[in-house]
Design a protein around this ligand. Structure first.
Ligand SMILES: [Zn+2]
Length: 268
């Protein structure tokens, strides 16, 4: 699933291509992905609007449109937002004023699009926690949050109501770099471990943004190109392969339904 670095890359790309463009025509090929309002009203209300600004919050993209409307897109597992020529296989195609298209693609039908008057009232967004690359996500708030949690640390890192935008890939990588076993209870982490984890989490996310994300499965940027951070992943998807630090085979556990790889020797 695209996480913070991937969604941020798409956002930055689209800022270059679609801001100031208006929407001439809307083709909805799969009405199921339109969650709000009805697909008919969605088309009527979106037509003629201009893209003013793009904001990312967690894994959500919020497109500020003219007439105080907001298009909200969550790519979920396999969604792609691609600017360029029309692709009729896509779920949703928007024809822009420069005769290029913004195509929303999704192999699975979990991707969601909404058109709303107030994006801050969408339930998934109101519940989001800290943006991990913001100043507000300080060591203090991380420590306080972690001390309160009675779940394992991997689940805490992926909890969108605490930290927005971190998912299965970057939580595993951060725990490897911080040398912490993903199964540990969050409240069992000592001060040093919390500080280490806070530092590496921010660093990994920043590095992944610079590398335009990780293309571990279907993720591409807004021009259909892959990111390059997956070649730097240390544990994600490497079950049974040698730990890049000690050489022993990496193990796999399932935490809250998600496969998690780690090194039993390096991560304590
Ligand atoms: Zn190791």
């Amino acid at each position: 699933m695209p996480e913070l670095p991937e969604v941020e890359t798409i956002k930055k790309d689209l800022e270059k291509y679609i801001l100031g463009r208006s929407i001439k025509k809307i083709e909805v090929n799969k009405p199921r992905i339109i969650k709000q309002p009805s697909p008919e009203r969605f088309k009527q209300e979106l037509k003629g609007k201009t893209f003013r600004r793009i904001v990312r919050r967690g894994k959500y993209l919020i497109f500020h449109l003219s007439s105080r409307k907001f298009l909200i897109i969550h790519l979920r597992l396999t969604g792609q937002l691609i600017y360029g020529e029309k692709d009729s296989k896509n779920r949703l195609n928007l024809l822009l004023s420069n005769n290029k298209y913004l195509n929303l693609n999704s192999r699975r039908m979990l991707t969601e699009a909404r058109l709303v008057d107030d994006w801050k009232k969408i339930s998934g967004i109101t519940r989001l926690g800290y943006e991990p690359l913001s100043q507000a996500f300080s060591l203090d708030v991380f420590r306080q949050g972690i001390n309160k949690k009675k779940k394992n640390i991997k689940a805490v890192l992926m909890d969108q109501t605490f930290i927005a935008g971190v998912g299965n890939i970057y939580s595993q990588e951060a725990l490897f770099w911080a040398k912490i076993d993903p199964r540990r209870q969050a409240c069992s982490l000592n001060k040093q471990e919390i500080k280490r984890l806070h530092t590496v989490l921010k660093k990994i996310l920043r590095d992944a943004v610079k590398c335009r994300g990780s293309s571990t499965s279907t993720y591409t940027d807004a021009r259909g190109k892959k990111g390059s951070f997956h070649s730097r992943l240390k544990v994600y998807g490497r079950k049974g392969q040698a730990c890049l630090c000690c050489g022993r085979p990496l193990k796999k556990v399932v935490i809250e339904g998600r496969t998690t790889c780690f090194c039993p020797k390096c991560q304590k």
